[in-house]
Design a protein around this ligand. Sequence first.
Ligand code: MEV
Length: 285
Amino acid sequence: MRAGRGVGHGKVLLFGEHAVVYGHPAIALAVDRCTEVTLTPIDGPTHVRSEHADPRVREAICRVLPDHGHQVEVETRLPVGRGMGSSAALAVALVRARADLERTSLGPSECYGAAMPIERAFHGNPSGVDVAVSAWGGCLWFRPGPPPERERLEPGEWQIVVLDSERTGNTAELVAQVAARRPSVDPVLERIGALTTQARAALRDPEALGELMSENQALLSQLGVCTPELNALVELARGAGALGAKLSGAGGGGIVISLVRDPGPVLSAAEQAGVPAFGCLPWVA
Ligand code: MEV
């Protein structure tokens, strides 16, 4: 029997992380980095080969596959645990690989439905934005359901440069940390939601979008999910001329995204400072 293959793309959150867990909207961009899963039928116990030793990878896979009969290979070009949606990308790749093995094809809605239980194995109570953007691709407006609100947006003439703090953040812990600070942080979550709505209208105006991104960063600092390292990366990007910069994902480590017209200056500033950085191209399904 032939192997089944599936791909899931990562993402950056342009606006709305954490607030989206409480029903506010978020804007996410699917990126050209992805995870690929190959499922090969074997005689014997299901066996996982992955470069990443995270025990949750195995646990997530066991939610979908029987104990016997598969060799699972996971390869990824996404930094893991950095807020780039690596668990959602794995979940989407896995359900697509299973469908491919069974010679069926999954539309984005079916893919979203099948991948969400796997994402829950990683994060407990995810909003679903990471899985949605991996399933549908592009620049996505998302508000959790039921049913989730989802709309494809048209980004303007700007690019994203990612700066990697090289530290992992634990999404489930950070979400729990914010939950423990409610209801006193509810006005901050609401302001993030309002800002995301403003950002949607400013998507084709890079200067205005950059300003809103930096405001979103200030609100994330108020939520307590930023770190001195992430603040330093925001400063580095702004100092190199980025129009805006913010942490992206749950925070506590992970990445900073910066909005630029030309990636060159931020990439050279990062290189001089010894910070891993790369430009992200959008992925459109
Ligand atoms: C998602 O990448 C980040 C959070 O908003 C959690 C979620 O939406 O499930 C913090």
